[in-house]
Design a protein around this ligand. Structure first.
Ligand code: CP3
Length: 357
């Protein structure tokens, strides 16, 4: 048996996982090549995913641990990436909060009883324990058993703001009118909502770690809608609280999009790794961030081109990272449904080859 380090009661971090390129990069240690994984790597762009999806609704897939584990493991092994991310969704936590979640055909997620005012916040439930999400923890345990033993598994949640945006809008949004109206007109209700979400997320992330996740990611996908002052006042304290409560020693990736005006504040909120979208130069963003690892930031749309163009564009990002310890290669946001799988594989291979030290 290899040497082990205890990170959680239920799960021992093996030396093999601890020394994997992904985990080393999270700790800003030197790596033999740049680790790469891709947001939304298990999804509709893969035929094998669509075949499973044809037999289940999306929520059923999330709630059947064998199915979620199968999809997670298949994608990671097929692509040859350096980490897997558990198949789940940031919105699953809205159910134990007392919200009525549906993934409607062709519409994306819908919350049928959105929060619009203080009295709506009061009817939400404190998520005292996260056992109603046990299907996620079961999927993590199963995945950990089926995944190559040297591949780290990433757990995740939505960050408080992005979740609050779905909860206030009742779905996706362009302008976040309901979210910002609550924020601007009733700061008390807003902070009550955000801290309720943050408490639930802390418990949820630590339960994912106990089940076998080696690292966790917060997705603040829509945080770029905020001004720096609003982020500092209405969001930062809550995101910081979630990150501060993650079990010590477990790397946290803090990702957002549209964050060019917010990078220093994101770092202040916390995280061992800051996830960058494609709208910033990686070298300039890293310079602003200073002593933290970075993840990113290949434009997902470039996957719709050719292996040659993909390779050139990957090289441009690796050049900006310049072999400094602490770069995890990823997209600037998720893979889109129509992306050719062979181009995704070409990207992973190009990153490995071009970054061999
Ligand atoms: O990365 C992975 O492979 C792990 C799985 C994962 C999913 N959602 C599966 C999913 C992860 C990490 C997420 C996170 C998520 N979910 C985010 C943050 C990431 C981001 O892209 O910003 C957000 C905003 C959501 C909310 C959500 N879930 C939306 C907006 C949608 C609809 C998307 C669409 O294009 O229809 C989902 C559904 C969803 N989540 C799918 C998958 C594979 C598609 C479901 C289907 O098969 O119909």
């Amino acid at each position: 048996m290899s040497e082990t380090t205890k990170t959680a009661e239920a799960f021992e971090l093996t030396e093999e996982l601890r020394q994997s390129p992904f985990m080393r990069a999270c700790r800003r240690e030197p790596v033999p090549y740049t680790p790469v994984w891709l947001m939304r790597q298990a999804g509709r762009y893969m035929k094998e995913y669509r075949d499973v999806r044809a037999r289940h609704t999306f929520l059923e897939m999330c709630k059947q641990p064998e199915v979620a584990a199968e999809v997670t493991v298949y994608a990671a092994h097929r692509l040859g990436v350096d980490a897997a991310i558990i198949f789940a969704d940031i919105l699953l936590i809205t159910e134990p909060l007392g919200l009525d979640l549906e993934f409607a055909k062709g519409e994306g997620p819908v919350i049928h009883n959105p929060v619009r005012a203080a009295e709506d916040v009061k009817r939400l439930r404190e998520v005292e324990d996260v056992s109603s999400l046990s299907y996620v923890f079961d999927a993590i345990r199963l995945t950990r058993r089926e995944l190559r033993p040297d591949l780290p598994l990433i757990g995740f949640c939505g960050a408080p703001f992005t979740l609050a945006s779905y909860i206030c809008e009742g779905g996706g949004s362009k302008n976040y009118v309901n979210t910002k109206r609550l924020m601007y007109t009733d700061a008390g209700a807003w902070h009550a909502l955000m801290s309720l979400i943050a408490r639930a997320l802390s418990r949820y992330l630590n339960a994912q770690i106990e089940a076998g996740a080696q690292a966790v990611q917060l997705f603040d996908s829509w945080v770029g809608a905020l001004s720096p002052d609003d982020y500092r006042e209405f969001v930062l304290p809550h995101t910081r609280e979630v990150i501060r409560n993650v079990m010590p020693g477990v790397p946290v990736i803090h990702f957002g999009t549209g964050t060019a005006g917010l990078l220093e504040l994101l770092k202040e909120a916390g995280g061992d790794v800051i996830g960058l979208d494609w709208r910033v130069r990686l070298d300039e963003a890293w310079q602003r961030l200073g002593d933290v690892a970075v993840m990113g930031n290949f434009d997902s749309i470039a996957l719709f081109t050719t292996p040659d163009i993909i390779r050139q564009r990957a090289e441009a990002i690796l050049d900006q990272a310049a072999n400094r310890p602490g770069h995890i290669f990823n997209l600037g946001h998720g893979i889109l449904p129509e992306t050719p799988v062979e181009n995704v594989v070409a990207l992973v291979e190009a990153v490995h080859e071009l970054s061999q030290r």
